[in-house]
Design a protein around this ligand. Structure first.
Ligand code: PGA
Length: 257
């Protein structure tokens, strides 16, 4: 089954709009939801309301768009993974490139967040991806992603350090230049990177079964070309997840796989 994550980012501006958006999506896609895993990542403010409203609906999972690395304490403005878990929500997206860029999140911070989310019992969606397309060679992009994975997952430079730790992890491969730009990666390159990530995690950690999603300007027209590859386990969808009709079409394609 493919996984589709709706990353609403800092949208919409009222809770009412958020409720209406999800209601519309679910109304249209009701029949499909046993054939695709739907994960919704609303802004923090809307998470409790939506998680409560859909608490009996096992077909919809919720994700936080971020979590802090401590469980409680004097950290003004931050949200603990334990709080997210208690909603209940199932997932935490960590290391999104927008947070790396605008909030200056470092790999060290991201690594602490991954561990804290894992300790709290959340499934982690770790976002990685090379920053520019210019001069992109498959080798350079892979090296960039390899370094990110190592820094975000391992305490030292050895991924073996966490072999006993983080198993419940999904990786979202999102080339930064493809996010919100309308320029997607080619399905072939996305597949090559997906295989690279899976092989790296198996070779270094013995992590089998890590799911890898593609993200970056996914829409209902291009999603098929990514999901047609068995190894690409789904998609992280930003802009297109804010338009119910468009998103329903994406879910329909995913459910057919
Ligand atoms: P996009 O965003 O679909 O709008 O490119 C994807 C993401 O940032 O997760």
């Amino acid at each position: 089954m493919k996984t589709i994550i709706a990353n609403w980012k800092m949208n919409p501006v009222t809770e009412l709009h958020a409720r209406n958006l999800l209601e519309e999506v679910v109304r249209e896609s009701k029949r499909l939801l046993s054939h695709v895993e739907l994960v919704v990542a609303p802004p923090f403010l809307y998470l409790p309301g939506l998680a409560h409203e859909y608490r009996r609906d096992e077909r919809i999972a919720f994700a936080a768009q971020d979590v802090f690395w401590e469980e409680t304490g004097a950290y003004t403005g931050e949200i603990s993974p334990l709080m997210v878990k208690s909603l209940p929500a199932e997932y935490a997206i960590i290391g999104h490139s927008e947070r790396r860029a605008h909030l200056k999140e470092t790999d060290t911070m991201i690594q602490k967040k991954v561990r804290a989310a894992h300790r709290a019992g959340l499934s982690v969606v770790l976002c990685v991806g090379e920053p520019t397309r210019k001069g992109k060679t498959a080798k350079a992009a892979k090296e960039y992603v390899r370094r990110q994975l190592i820094k975000d997952l391992a305490e030292s430079n050895s991924l073996h350090d966490i072999a006993s730790g983080i198993r419940d992890i999904t990786v979202a491969y999102e080339p930064v230049w493809a996010i919100g730009t309308g320029r997607t990666d080619t399905p072939e390159d996305a597949l090559e990177m997906t295989l690279f990530i899976k092989e790296l995690l198996i070779a270094k950690l013995g992590f089998r079964g890590v799911r890898v999603l593609y993200g970056g300007s996914v829409n209902h027209e291009n999603i098929e070309s990514f999901l047609a590859h068995d190894e690409i386990d789904g998609a992280l969808v930003g802009g297109a997840s804010l338009r119910a009709e468009e998103f329903d079409k994406i879910l329909a394609v995913a459910a057919a796989h």
